[in-house]
Ligand binder design. Sequence first.
Ligand code: NAD
Ligand code: UDP
Length: 352
Amino acid sequence: MKSVLVTGGAGFIGSHTCLLLLEQGYNIFVIDSFINSSSRSIKKVLLILKEMGIDAQRKIHLTNGDIKNPSDIEHIFKMSYKLDKKIEAVIHFAGLKSVSDSIIDPISYWENNVVGTINLCKVMEKYNCKNIVFSSSATVYKTESNKLLNEENICEPVNPYGYTKLTIERILKNLHSSKSSNWRIASLRYFNPVGAHHSGFIGEDPLGKANNIYPQITRVAIGKQSRLKIFGSDWPTSDGTGVRDYIHVMDLAEGHLSALNYLIKKKPQFIAINLGTGKGTTVLEFIKIFEKVNKVKVPFSFEDRRPGDNASVIADNSLAKSLLNWHPKRNIEDICKDGWNWQVNNPKGYLN
Ligand code: NAD
Ligand code: UDP
């Protein structure tokens, strides 16, 4: 396989994955509406590769387009045929991802995530491209206890964002089961992606307000915010604060290449696979490690639990290990170091 379409490739996880794809010699077509990103991430990707002695300029075709518009997607497939770089697979990151925004504006989430994916699949069928790796999420799981979550622990999602992810999985599953289907589909359920490429050139730079823990920690560490509000000190965990499975974005990016390699070698199928480390970290542990590794202070206060939160969300990643031969290589210290390196070098994100 030589040519891959990456939807949402300018975003956080997409840009890190584009870097790896280009490093491995793929031709990539990127479609991004830049609703939550900047084309500068792709420029930085090319810069990293240049420093590695790889000139990837002609290997990447970046289009400002929206998957809500089928014609934008079709335009790229046509272009790939014209350039004799026929798209053979899609890595589908494009989507809106804020749980809180999805509660405020569910229609936009259904339209962007679900309708956008339907548009994508229709065009893929038309061009007989039936290999897709989809960005799903641990929000599809029921998390009542501290036990590791395996791929069977599906639940009724608790917010519109989670519903859109589960719905897309079902659409993809139906597509695979349809008559004469030869779709190869991997739905990767991410746990908590954080960190940045170790170069400090690319990282997370959401355009709106980010409510996740990591951007909050860095904001406090850099002095933009006086303290971190810890949501709950009475969870049934080792120190009373919430436990999550934080996964380095480069490990996650590697998981996409492993999934792609797996799919093309195997028979048509739909498979859902967790991408997490299998290790949990409490909020207090996260703060302590961040402070130690980066020699900075992160003052905090305890607040009430956040509505809809869970005590513990940790992946059972045995399927990814056995099936994809994928193993996360980076630990929480690397996450803290690399994420901080990106923040310190780019205090204004890609606006620098
Ligand atoms: P991101 O917002 O940085 O990247 C998504 C990209 O898609 C952005 O560049 C955005 O501009 C683009 N996009 C959105 N809607 C689009 C549309 N209609 N047409 C074209 N481009 C569009 O987010 P991310 O963290 O890189 O997440 C990538 C995917 O992974 C998303 O689907 C997200 O739901 C999923 N995911 C993310 C997390 C996380 O915590 N980061 C966890 C689980 C799942
Ligand atoms: N959290 C916190 N303060 C914040 C943001 C998050 O204490 O400002 C906690 C949250 O309660 C959870 C963990 O950090 O235990 C991870 O939250 P995040 O929103 O990053 O991820 P998610 O809950 O979606 O897994």
